[in-house]
Design a protein around this ligand. Sequence first.
Ligand code: NAD
Ligand code: UD1
Length: 343
Amino acid sequence: MTILITGGAGYIGSHCCVTFLEAGHDVVVVDNFSNSSPESLNRVASITGRKIAFEEADIRDRTALERILKTHQCSGVIHFAGLKAVGESTEIPLEYYANNVTGTLELLAAMNACDVRQLIFSSSATVYGEPQFLPLTEDHPLSATNPYGRTKLMIEDILRDLAASDPRWRFGILRYFNPVGAHKSGLIGEDPRGIPNNLMPFVSQVASGRRDQLSVFGNDYDTRDGTGVRDYIHVVDLVEGHLRAHEALAALTDETNSFTVNLGTGTGYSVLEMVKAFERASNQKIPYEIAPRRAGDVAEVYADTKAAEAKLNWSAERGLEDMCSDTWNWACKNPKGYEASDG
Ligand code: NAD
Ligand code: UD1
């Protein structure tokens, strides 16, 4: 039986393909390349030595999804496809609702029609909104402050409603903290288009000389050095959490047919700690200036990891050093991301 991976050409999806192929699973990727390149899948094939089944399609195309689910005899879905930039989501909200919410509805309808009722969903710690307490447990109140976050919350609600309506469904909702790093080989990694929004890709581009300096968004937060604290998690740890989640889904019952877990390390690092760690890993100086706070940012976010340990028998293993050195290795080997390899 085959696992359908939507968004499998993207940053996290491509790493997930490697982990699942290496664990002996068959996978088929569906992607429309709106934020990725087919080259990532060639690299997945190089790393694993396995040919990867791939279908270029949009998840909003229910007919295509039904054909793919049937042709490849899929038994479950890991659902990464979606748009993910917070700032952009405030500018083109309809695109975000259409891609993320409508896309997920079409996917679920296609799955239902094909009797495939097992799905792992990429949610985000953004659904916790402003933390009322730390570490963030899964029962922390949920809220969203931007269209991207609202799409994640809406999709979670849809999945919960569906799980309650029909015991045949099996859902694993995974709330990611801050995925960073790259595969050890340096063949796949994060390849943002344009100016990176997120800290780690920006820092990496400063280290490699593509950008002059980092703007540190605020140094007056109530944190140990005044800069924002986040729970960074190595992308390979993150996708190994998906493998454990896939196994845990099989053990669910009709009474308890879904779970929701945080995927984080439980440890927070500040922006300046990340800068220092990256300087050590890359042996490069990272010039920075202190800039005003970024709208919508919070001081400190980190996960409670107990539910993931109990329900998935999983915890993150890779530390800050690996996160930085693997990011740097990927950046050095691919100074222009996948661009240079695209035909
Ligand atoms: P990504 O943009 O690298 O990957 C998403 C993939 O989905 C891309 O390959 C894109 O081309 C594809 N895609 C988008 N819309 C599609 C559509 N309508 N039909 C088919 N394919 C489509 O992003 P990522 O960082 O790998 O994130 C994967 C998932 O994890 C997303 O749902 C994202 O919201 C979620 N997530 C990511 C982070 C993070 O920091 N990277 C944090 C929390 C949650
Ligand atoms: C951002 C998103 C969040 C999403 C998460 C993972 C916002 C407001 N939030 O969160 O919804 O789930 O990414 O994709 O965009 N920083 C700098 N300079 C930079 C970039 C970042 O100082 O150039 C700081 C930020 O202020 C923050 C930390 O670095 O304190 C991490 O930022 P980032 O990587 O964007 O992640 P989040 O803010 O956690």
